[in-house]
Write a protein that binds this ligand. Sequence first.
Ligand SMILES: Cc1cc2nc3c(=O)[nH]c(=O)nc-3n(C[C@H](O)[C@H](O)[C@H](O)COP(=O)(O)OP(=O)(O)OC[C@H]3O[C@@H](n4cnc5c(N)ncnc54)[C@H](O)[C@@H]3O)c2cc1C
Length: 314
Amino acid sequence: MLQNPGRPGDSVATMTLPGAGGGATPDHRWGPTRRYDRWAEVTRREAVTPTGTVRISAQVTDERPFEFMPGQFVAIELEVPGLGFRHNPYCLLTGSSEERTFDLLVRVVGDGSLSQHVSALRIGDPIGFRSPYGRSMVPKEDGTELVLLATGVGVGPFHCLARYLRDSGDDRPVHLYWGLRLADDICLTDELEELAESHPNFNYDISLSQPPPGWPGLSGRLTESVPPRLETLGGKHFYLCGNGAMIEDLSSALSDLGVEKRLIHTEAYFNARHRSAPETVAAIRDRFVATDLFSPFTDQQGGWFERGMRALEK
Ligand SMILES: Cc1cc2nc3c(=O)[nH]c(=O)nc-3n(C[C@H](O)[C@H](O)[C@H](O)COP(=O)(O)OP(=O)(O)OC[C@H]3O[C@@H](n4cnc5c(N)ncnc54)[C@H](O)[C@@H]3O)c2cc1C
C-alpha cells in the first residue's frame, strides 16, 4: 500500500514557471491554514498542448473510499511557501473508484495564480483535496439525446460522462461540440476518437474561433457554429461547461427557443457572473434553424408573439 506522502504542514515546493513572471502575488484567497484532510500523490504530469493545458494524474493515498460520478469535481488545496494555502475546484476528467485514481485537465491562467502551481506539480508531490462533490451529470431519463457544449477545459466532465455512458451500455445519442481558440489548443483527440469508435452513438465536433487556413472542422465560437447545426431542439438534454459567457448566452437563447430550463445543465468555470446582452442573445437566436418547439421566438417574422405585438402597436 502506498504511504501517505503528505501531512498537514508538508508543503509543495515553490515553482518558478515560464511566463509566470517568476512568482506569485499574494491575495486574499491565500489562507494561513489547511482546510482539507484528504491526500493524493501526483503519478503523472503531461503538458497536452503548447498553449498551457496540463493533464495531472493522481493516486489517492489516504485510507478513504474515492467514489464519484461524471460531472463531479475535487477541490485541490496546495500550500505554497510564502503565500499560504489556496484551493480551487477541478472537474474529474477520468478516474477509477476501484483503483482510487483520478485525472484532471488544467488550463494555466493568470499570473501567479493557483492553476500555475497545480499545473507545475511533479511526480510524487502530495495534493491535499476534498472529496468528489457537486452534481452528477448522468441524466435520470432513459434515451434522451445529449448535446454537450464545452469551451476549453470544460470538455473534462463531458469526456468523463461519455466514457461512463459507454461503459454502462447506455447508447443514447451524444454529440459533443468543443469550442477552442486555436488548433494548438486541441488535445485528447486519441481519447475522443477511441470514444467515437467504441460508443455507437457518440460524435464530436471541434469548433475553432481562430482556425488556420484549410481547417476541416467547424469555425467560429460555439454560439456561431452550433445553432445552424441543430435541426431540432426537442427531446434533448443540453449540458454547457466552461466559459460562463458562452454558457449564459447560449442557454438564454435555448431557453427563449422553448427548451425547458430543467433540460439545460450548466457549469461555469469562470465568468460565472456574466449577464448576456439582449442583442447578443437575439443574434444567437437568429442563427438557430430548429423550429420544433413552441416559443414566441421560433418564427421571428410571422410568429404569434410577433404578430400579436405588431397588432398591439398599431
Ligand atoms: C465547478 C468548477 C470546476 C472547475 N473545473 C476546472 C477544470 O477541470 N480545469 C480547470 O482548468 N479549471 C477548472 N475550474 C476553474 C478553476 O477552479 C480555477 O478557477 C482556475 O484554475 C483559475 O484559477 P487560478 O487561481 O489559477 O486563477 P484566477 O486568479 O482565479 O483567475 C485568473 C483569470 O483567469 C480567468 N480564468 C479562469 N479559468 C479560466 C479558463 N479556464 N480559461 C480562461 N480564463 C480563465 C479568470 O476569469 C481570471 O480572470 C473549475 C471551476 C469550477 C467552479
